[in-house]
Ligand binder design. Structure first.
Ligand SMILES: Nc1ncnc2c1ncn2[C@@H]1O[C@H](COP(=O)(O)OP(=O)(O)OP(=O)(O)O)[C@@H](O)[C@H]1O
Ligand SMILES: [Mg+2]
Length: 326
């Protein structure tokens, strides 16, 4: 089975055969085997049991709100392998599994980065169970590392083949990074305009971080990482700080405007006089959906693409020639 796993800094997004998709925050906590309080109610995220040949089984909780692993190199990010195994198992993979992974463009262009990620995962064998489901023996037969953004572009092109007939700018705004590229038509087909490709340290994570810092100062209380996201995702933006009710939603919207302004500045700098000549400006990633309403000044055609959050994973499947369902 082929699975595409977009292990973002913020969220894992994975897609496989028959249109199956799974997603959870990119967090991982080791837990005691068979233990935990999950029986008291629904546990956040997924419980993952991994048994490697000759090793004791290990249990993890993936996808709870909280701190993300922030290593610069993907291959060094703690728990990357567990996230990939969990995603594959959750998608129903068993036996030989071909895995498609993404890297931010600025890393992907460095061949040692691609190789390190592939070497870290290729050949892994493990028996994996998610949320007490059936055990799947997964053997990672091959790993292909593809550029983020390019995956999203392929996905958009599949939805709208007319994108091949005009210069297209693509901006993938994630949790930590923003990847951008311009695809142009050349004599031999479509090609990225190298001068217009890159990555910047901009993403939705900064929105939450800014709001967290502001609320911590206002209420003189240390708001933990993940708490603002938790309030937005699970409590309609409402938070309690020392007994006072606070609407974090309004602050998140303000910080999202600030992020949109920063993305605008970065893209204007990177694309320069090519920007006004684009025939489409597509936004992908969860951050892309969030900033899209505030990017009218950047370009009148700026809009989120269909399945913006899943675009990289779905595009990786398309690039590998797998059958993809939107
Ligand atoms: N499964 C999900 N449920 C709810 N919101 C989500 C989900 N996945 C992503 N988001 C939203 O998208 C934002 C992150 O975007 P995205 O998932 O594209 O980033 P990422 O790919 O993890 O980060 P990066 O590309 O920098 O590595 C989050 O802040 C959140 O608002
Ligand atoms: Mg991403």
């Amino acid at each position: 089975m082929v699975v595409a796993v977009d292990v973002g800094y913020g969220y894992v997004k994975a897609a496989g055969a028959e249109g199956r998709r799974v997603s959870w925050p990119t967090t991982l906590r080791r837990r005691a085997p068979g233990g935990g309080y999950a029986a008291l109610g629904q546990a956040a995220g997924r419980r993952v049991r991994v048994q490697r040949p000759g090793a004791e089984p290990a249990e993890y909780q993936a996808g709870e709100a909280g701190r993300r692993a922030w290593a610069a190199d993907a291959a060094d990010r703690a728990g990357y392998d567990v996230q990939v195994l969990a995603a594959a198992a959750a998608l129903g993979a068993a036996g030989d599994t071909d895995v498609l992974l993404g890297l931010p463009l600025a890393l992907w262009v460095q061949q040692p980065q691609r190789r390190a990620l592939r070497d870290a995962l290729e050949g892994i064998e493990a028996t994996v169970a998610v949320n007490g489901g059936p055990e799947a023996r997964i053997s990672i037969r091959s790993v292909r590392v593809l550029p983020q953004g390019a995956g999203a572009f392929q996905w958009a092109l599949r939805q709208d083949p007319s994108l091949a007939r005009r210069p297209v700018g693509l901006i993938d705004v994630g949790y930590r990074t923003t990847d951008y590229l311009v695809m142009r038509r050349v004599a031999t087909g479509l090609a990225p305009d190298e001068a217009s490709c890159g990555s910047a340290d901009l993403g939705a994570g900064q929105v939450y971080e800014r709001v967290r810092a502001a609320l911590s100062e206002e209420a003189a209380v240390l708001v933990p990482e993940g708490a603002v996201e938790d309030a937005i995702g699970n409590y309609g933006g409402q938070m309690f700080l020392r007994g006072r009710e606070v609407d974090a939603g309004a602050q998140v919207e303000d910080a999202t405007r600030t992020l949109a302004a920063e993305v605008t500045e970065e893209i204007r700098r990177a694309w320069g006089d090519r920007l006004p000549l684009l025939g489409a400006v597509l936004l992908s990633g969860g951050g892309g959906e969030a900033v899209a309403p505030f990017l009218r000044d950047l370009h009148p055609l700026a809009r989120p693409m269909p399945d913006a959050l899943w675009a990289n994973a779905l595009g990786f499947l398309a690039m590998a020639g797998a059958t993809v369902q939107g």
